[in-house]
Design a protein around this ligand. Sequence first.
Ligand SMILES: NC(=O)c1ccc[n+]([C@@H]2O[C@H](COP(=O)([O-])OP(=O)(O)OC[C@H]3O[C@@H](n4cnc5c(N)ncnc54)[C@H](O)[C@@H]3O)[C@@H](O)[C@H]2O)c1
Length: 437
Amino acid sequence: MKKPPAVRPVAGRLGILLPGLGAVATTFIAGVELVRRGLAEPVGSLTQMGTVRVGKRTDATSPRIADFVPVAALASVEFGAWDIFPDNAYAAATKAGVLSKEHLSLVKDFLEGIVPMKAVFDPGYVKRINGTNVKTGTSKMHLAEQLMEDITRFKAERGVDRCVAVWCGSTETWRAPTAVHETLEAFEQGLRDSSDDIAPSAIYAYACLRSGVPYANGAPNLSVDFPALHELARRNAVPIAGKDFKTGQTLMKTILAPGFKARLLGLDGWYSTNILGNRDGEVLDDQESFKSKEVSKLGVLEHIFQPHLYPKLYGHYSHVVRINYYPPRGDNKEGWDNIDIFGWLNYPMQIKIDFLCRDSILAAPIVLDLALFLDLSQRAGMSGVQEWLSFYFKSPMTAPGLYPEHDLFIQLMKLKNTLRWMRGVELITHLGLEYYD
Ligand SMILES: NC(=O)c1ccc[n+]([C@@H]2O[C@H](COP(=O)([O-])OP(=O)(O)OC[C@H]3O[C@@H](n4cnc5c(N)ncnc54)[C@H](O)[C@@H]3O)[C@@H](O)[C@H]2O)c1
C-alpha cells in the first residue's frame, strides 16, 4: 500500500465556484448559510454528520469525519457562481421553489449578495433555455481566458486562498467524444478554432484546471471526462470527479440492486419512470439532453448485476428509464419503479416503489461534500480522477480501462477506507476479531 500522504493543513478561506445558479446550487448555498447561522441541520452530508470507525469494534472509537480529516470549516467558505440569467441567488432560489419562503427570508440578505458572473453558453448544447448574462469572445479559448480572469478576480475580491468548482449547470446534449477530446494539444487547438465539439461545460472545466481549481461534474455531460482534461488534471496536480449527482431514483437503485444481488435473486425487468416539473425537467424534455441522462442512468444496473458472471440471474432483464416534464410538480419529483424479480425455482415476484422525492434536497449535501473532499484531496496531493468519490455519482468516472463501481455500500467502504488511509490508520476489512493477532 502507498504511504499515506502528508495533508497540507487548512489555511485561509475556501471559495466554492458553481457554474449554474439554479435549484441545486441555490438550495446548497442557502442550506450552508442556514447551518452556519445555527438555523438548520446539514442532513445528508457525510462531512458534517458522518462518522468513521477507527480500530476494532471493542475500541468504540468513531470520530466525526470532519474531526478525523482536516476538511475546511463551513465558516471559512465563500460562494461564487456563473449563470446565463442575471438573477441573484435569492431571486433564483425563489424561482426554483425548493425552499420555503420562510427559510429563504432568514438568509435573504446573504443570498442577494451572490450575483452570478456572466456565463459561457451555447444554445446548441442546452436547447430549452436562453439568457442574456452571457460572455462574448473571439474564440472558445478567449472565453476560457475570461473564466480564468473571473476566478482570479473572485479570489482577490473575496480574500479566498483556494477554490473548488462543482458544475450545477443544465444537462447538455449528448455528444460522443471526438479527436478534439483525445489530447490536451488537440483540445487547446480546438479551443482556439472554436470547435463545435467543445461544450461550454468543458470550457469551464479547462479554465478551472488551468487555474489549479479542482472540478466536480454534477451533470451527465462529458465536461471533464475525456483524456485531454484528465491529462491536464494530472499535469497541474488537480483532482477531478464526476459524473451526475446520485439522487432520487438512481440512489434507490444502487441501494436495492446490491441487496438482490447479495441474495442471488434474479431480475426479469426494471421499469423506471419519473415526473418532474423544474427547469432541469424542462431541459431534459429535449431528447438530446435526455440522451445524456439516459446513458448515465442505464449503466448502473449492468455494473451492479454483472450479467457475465450470473447469466441465469441477470442475463436477460429489460431496463427502461423515462423522464416526463410535468410542471405542476416543480422540484418535487415523483419516481415510480416496477421491479420484476424471481426467486427459488424461478418463481416471479414484483416490487413497486413510489418515491415522492425532493431532488435538490438530495443533491445539496452532495455538492457540499464534493467541494470539501476535493479540497482535501488537493491538499493531500491527490490528482486526476478521484474514484473514492464514486459514492456521490450516477456514472462514476474511472481510470481508463476500469469499470465503475456502482454498489453504494462498496462505494462507502472505499470512501471511508480512503479517509483511514489518508490518516495512516488501519483499514477496516470486517474480518472477525478472532482472526487478529
Ligand atoms: N437535482 C438533482 O437531484 C440532480 C441530480 C443529478 C444531476 N443533477 C444535475 O444538476 C444540474 C443542476 O440541476 P438543477 O435542478 O439545479 O437545474 P436548474 O435548471 O435549476 O439549474 C441549472 C442552471 O444552470 C444554468 N446554466 C445552464 N447552462 C449554463 C452555462 N453554460 N453556464 C452557466 N450556467 C448555466 C441555468 O440557467 C440554470 O439556472 C443539472 O444538470 C441536473 O441534471 C441534478
